[in-house]
Design a protein around this ligand. Structure first.
Ligand code: SF4
Length: 327
């Protein structure tokens, strides 16, 4: 019998996959990629390696516009920052139900542990998820199934309650003991996705205030670089290092202006929106401040917008100016 395991690659979902494999199920791991990392040609090597270590087939679903629509239309609000965890779970499980039918799986498995996360892993939340997804009884949470209501896979004898686990709460001792017993490798447990970070929340607040109709591309941009609000209509983003140049380049729109140093390699800048020449110069001076030419009196930068290219020389901005405009 086949089951579909929602697989983040973390400790809990690793155990969920392993346990279902041990019980003899034909497991397919389903991994969702947040919009920030979707559509950019990333190869998702880390999650592939995690799945390979469990010898489980992996299906990767990159999320885009539909995730943003869920985010904007969220029913259950945000958690501590801009993480719409309950809506996110509902959204993803609904999509998983479609995959379940497509691949002929009989039920959905998650690595959720009751009481582990305040926003989406409480018993009431599990009930809400079942109601909203129309999957009552069809979601098995083997890490804590022993202390939850009986599910359809148990009622139908597909799994036995005594094979399930009874983990609960925020501690991970039980999970770590399980992993040690079966020699499972796993990444250090983390707090949540990028949407749970304070810095993302600050950037999001700035974006939503200045551009309530923000696009998927604007949303993705929140994940990269340093951000500066030059005016309500002009945002400047600078890659923190060369590795962010590629995603920034992939997100560049025809009307955006790219900024690069003329005489040295380094991180790229991206200006989005319309502004005066003075505002553009300000963006350039901030840009220089975060390059290897920051100690020069004047640095030459190349501005490219569409087919138009020009060079301007500017002094680096002061720390105070950078801080004043930093989001
Ligand atoms: S932490 Fe992020 S990915 Fe996880 S449920 Fe919350 S919003 Fe979704």
């Amino acid at each position: 019998m086949k089951c579909l395991v929602m697989f983040s690659g973390g400790l809990d979902s690793t155990i969920a996959v392993h346990l279902m494999q041990r019980l003899g199920f034909d497991v397919l791991a389903l991994h969702y990629v947040l919009p920030f990392y979707s559509g950019l040609g990333l190869s998702h090597e880390v999650i592939k390696a995690r799945a390979a270590s469990l010898a489980v087939p992996l299906r990767i679903e990159e999320e885009g516009q539909e995730y943003l629509e869920m985010f904007k239309g969220r029913q259950f609000g945000f958690g501590k920052n801009v993480n719409p965890c309950l809506d996110c779970r509902i959204h993803r499980i609904k999509k998983a139900a479609v995959v379940m039918d497509e691949v002929g799986a009989s039920f959905i498995v998650t690595g959720e542990v009751v009481g582990q996360r305040p926003m989406s892993q409480r018993r009431e939340c599990f009930d809400i998820i079942e109601k909203q997804t129309g999957l009552k009884g069809m979601i098995l949470r083997p890490l804590c199934a022993k202390i939850l209501k009986v599910t359809i896979p148990e009622e139908r004898g597909w799994v036995r309650r005594e094979d399930m686990l009874d983990f609960w709460g925020r501690g991970r001792k039980g999970q770590m003991a399980y992993a040690a017993k079966f020699n499972l490798s796993y990444p250090m447990p983390a707090g949540g996705c990028l949407l749970t970070h304070v810095r993302t929340a600050e950037r999001y607040a700035d974006l939503a205030n200045n551009n309530p109709d923000f696009s998927l591309n604007d949303f993705k941009l929140l994940a990269y670089g340093r951000h500066f609000r030059i005016s309500s209509a002009l945002r400047f983003v600078q890659a923190r290092d060369d590795t962010e140049n590629d995603p920034l380049g992939a997100l560049r729109l025809p009307d955006d202006t790219e900024i690069l140093l003329r005489d040295a390699l380094g991180p790229a800048g991206l200006v989005r929106g319309e502004g005066s020449e003075e505002e553009m110069l300000l963006a350039c001076s901030i840009f220089v401040k975060y390059t290897r030419e920051r100690t020069k009196d004047l640095a030459a930068v190349v501005l490219t917008k569409g087919d138009t290219m020009r060079v301007i020389e500017t002094a680096p901005a002061s720390e105070e100016v950078c801080e004043k405009f930093r989001i």
